[in-house]
Write a protein that binds this ligand. Structure first.
Ligand SMILES: O=C(O)CCC(=O)C(=O)O
Length: 289
């Protein structure tokens, strides 16, 4: 076979995911110095999956000699579904494209869950709050009826080990994260649909952005298994994760281009029986002090 520019490009699996015409479209537009962010939107609007579009643009940027740092960096999950992190095997039981989410198992042992719950309860839980749009203060709101406590990063050896585990699992530095927030939901308690990312168009959101930048990803770590209800639910896709102690759900708060991801809208469904206890871990764009 004669090697032509066309068949070199189309030999790239990611560029060729939707056939030769699309492959050519990507390369030609990159060669014309089009903005890859606009191209991404166009591709996803048509036939491309988000991950596919990113991979094709990444490959195209390399092949056309353009700047490969075209999108913000973000936590990344391992490709394989079983990963050995320090002393344990963590499984990825399920993945989703929209929201870009993954369900982990084996992040904590049952003993570790108990230790974290006891520590948080000893520190004392108070009525949970939400960020006030205008002031950025934490205010009580009927949308969030759990009780909670905010812990410091590395506050105990177990917390430090868990943060290290999450950092290794997602390839994101442990100092680019808030301290864990432990939440307790009793029957009837819930957190109605909301985004975790801060709104840059609101004064309250901007106040939080000054400290460590945007929230880039959330991990909800399940410390108990409620008998009924309490799913972490994503209403735009009808995806629901059932809490199981020791497991966790990870999801990106931003789209691959750093904008608030519409499908990251999520809720903690009302607990109907038993008790749900979680620790929420928010990763930030930059170092959080
Ligand atoms: O409780 C859950 O399942 C979700 C918690 C949550 O939405 C949050 O802390 O932002």
């Amino acid at each position: 076979m004669v090697t032509t520019i066309d068949n070199v490009y189309s030999a790239d699996v990611s560029l060729n995911a939707h056939g030769a015409d699309w492959c050519r479209w990507v390369i030609e537009n990159l060669e014309r110095a089009c903005d890859p962010l606009d191209m991404y939107d166009r591709m996803v609007e048509k036939v491309w999956g988000r991950t596919q579009a990113i991979a094709a643009l990444d490959a195209g940027m390399v092949l056309t000699g353009r700047n490969v740092d075209w999108k913000p960096s973000a936590p990344v999950l391992p490709q394989t579904d079983l990963v050995r992190i320090t002393d344990r095997d963590i499984s990825i039981l399920a993945r989703s494209e929209a929201p870009r989410a993954a369900l982990f198992d084996g992040l904590l042992t049952q003993i570790e869950c108990q230790e974290l719950i006891s520590f948080a309860f000893d520190r004392g839980l108070k009525q949970s709050g939400v960020v006030d749009d205008e002031t950025g203060d934490n205010i009580e709101h009927q949308a969030r009826t759990s009780t909670s406590v905010s812990l410091k990063r590395g506050e105990t050896p177990l917390i430090a080990a868990l943060e290290e585990r999450l950092s290794l699992l997602t390839g994101w530095p442990a100092d680019r994260a808030e301290g864990l927030q432990v939440l307790r939901y009793q029957p009837g308690q819930q957190y109605k649909p909301h985004f975790d990312a801060f709104r840059p168009d609101q004064a309250g959101g901007r106040r939080h952005l000054e400290r460590g930048g945007q929230r880039v990803a959330t991990t909800v770590i399940y410390l108990s298994t409620p008998i009924g209800g309490g799913e972490t639910a994503f209403p735009t896709s009808s995806l629901k994760f059932k809490p199981r102690s020791g497991g966790a759900v990870f999801f990106h708060d931003l789209d691959p281009l750093g904008r608030i991801e519409p499908s990251s809208l999520h809720a903690g469904n009302p607990v109907t029986e038993g008790e749900k206890i979680v620790a929420t871990y928010w990763q930030r764009e930059s170092v959080f002090i």
